[in-house]
Design a protein around this ligand. Structure first.
Ligand code: SF4
Length: 386
């Protein structure tokens, strides 16, 4: 199980972040003023950044927080951001749905999305009057890249009687073609609601085949899906769970529903990133492992110092394209702005609004674990995806 890092200090922030020249190259020094302004922040990341590294990080943190005030900007930081971004410059933190809601509600005129591109698009869909920036245009997603709007049009032609639900991890073009969106917090609720609305026993859920199979195991609805996958979560296996239990007796295993179904079968609890964080906060297990992205474990561990975290290590390479340096550059130069054609935005918003119109849940839905994996059909269309 070489892929799993056992009890390490957590995943390091990307190496370029540590390079002293990153702040120096931007003319940012660790002055007495910067030290005074940032000393109280260091304890928030002391488990991830050494005292020797801090003078290279603090000037960027201070400059970003100053720029935010000057430019009337807020930073939306996804749970998968490294702790320096998540804890030191993020104004709002959470999963993609929580961040999208913050985007719609914030009074700031500029939103910097510390996350991947589809999340920035979702912010723009819900907050069209605001300037939405993403620090790296290369911050993509294997799920979002697996399907196009044209693919969904073909699906709808082939299956006109079935509603098409899209996971929010898709582009605005894809959302615009679907009837409703869902998140990993509400997927079962959305599938059951749209099946009832369409008076059908079959729902198409794209693009994550594993999320679709895991939802199918929770509901009586027949689900068809698409062969997309999250390149981070699909790496986990039931064998990983078995080995973790052998190596760490008593460990509580939490899994994200983008993991393959045999992982959920073997786990103790499964749910969205928000559900996993809530579980740790509410139950305070003595020892826990989160089968999800590395930085998520780091960020939940920082909030729960009394819990012993066994750390799996599957980094999302797309999320890790966002760094303190490119957040700083993006605020200085006001780049890269995310724009969406208005006609596409309105149709994508209709799919999101359909989801938001459902009764609000008190908490993210947990996935039942221990259920045997189910095989479900893929949609049959000739794809145009590259
Ligand atoms: S963790 Fe998976 S779903 Fe999330 S951005 Fe990375 S590749 Fe996409």
């Amino acid at each position: 199980m070489a892929r799993l890092i056992d009890r390490g200090p957590g995943c390091p922030t990307p190496t370029p972040l540590r390079a002293e020249s990153a702040a120096d190259a931007r003319g940012l020094a660790y002055t007495a003023e910067v030290k005074a302004a940032t000393d109280q922040l260091y304890p928030l990341v002391k488990d991830f950044i050494t005292p020797m590294e801090w003078p290279a990080i603090a000037p960027l943190v201070h400059a970003i927080n100053t720029l935010k005030a000057e430019k009337d900007a807020v930073i939306l930081a996804h749970n998968y951001m490294t702790p320096d971004i998540f804890r030191l410059v993020g104004d709002f933190r959470g999963d993609s749905l929580q961040l999208a809601r913050e985007a719609a509600e914030t009074e700031a005129s500029v939103i910097v999305q510390a996350g991947v591109h589809f999340m920035a698009e979702t912010s723009k869909i819900l907050a069209p009057e605001k300037t939405v920036l993403i620090p790296s245009m290369e911050a993509g997603c294997s799920l979002a890249a697996s399907i196009t709007g044209e693919d969904v049009r073909l699906i709808k032609q082939r299956y006109p009687d079935y509603p098409v639900v899209t996971y929010v991890n898709t582009t605005a073009d894809v959302k615009a073609e679907c009837h409703i969106t869902c998140t990993s917090s509400n997927a079962a609720q959305v599938v059951e609601a749209i099946a009832a609305e369409w008076n059908t026993d079959t729902v198409i859920l794209v693009p994550d085949q594993y999320l679709a199979r895991n939802v199918a195991a929770q509901t009586g609805i027949r689900i068809m899906t698409w062969p997309g996958a999250c390149e981070v979560h699909e790496l986990f296996s039931a064998e990983d769970v078995e080995q973790l239990r052998e190596a760490h007796p008593g460990v509580v295993v939490l899994a994200h529903p983008e993991c393959p179904p045999d992982v959920l079968e073997a786990a103790d609890f499964a749910g969205s990133t928000a559900a996993l964080a809530n579980y740790v906060g509410d139950h305070k297990p003595a020892r826990v492992v989160l089968l999800t992205e590395c930085s998520m474990s780091d960020n939940v561990a920082a909030e729960n110092p009394e819990v012993d975290f066994i750390r799996p290590c599957n980094l999302c390479p797309h999320m890790k394209r966002i760094t303190l340096e490119n957040i700083y550059d993006c605020l200085v130069e006001m780049k890269h702005e995310v724009l969406i054609e208005e006609e596409v935005r309105l149709r994508a918003k209709a799919a999101i609004d359909a989801m938001l119109a459902l009764p609000k849940m008190k908490a993210p839905l947990a996935f039942e674990t221990g259920l045997p994996p189910r095989t479900i059909p893929m949609v049959e269309v000739s794809t145009v995806t590259a």
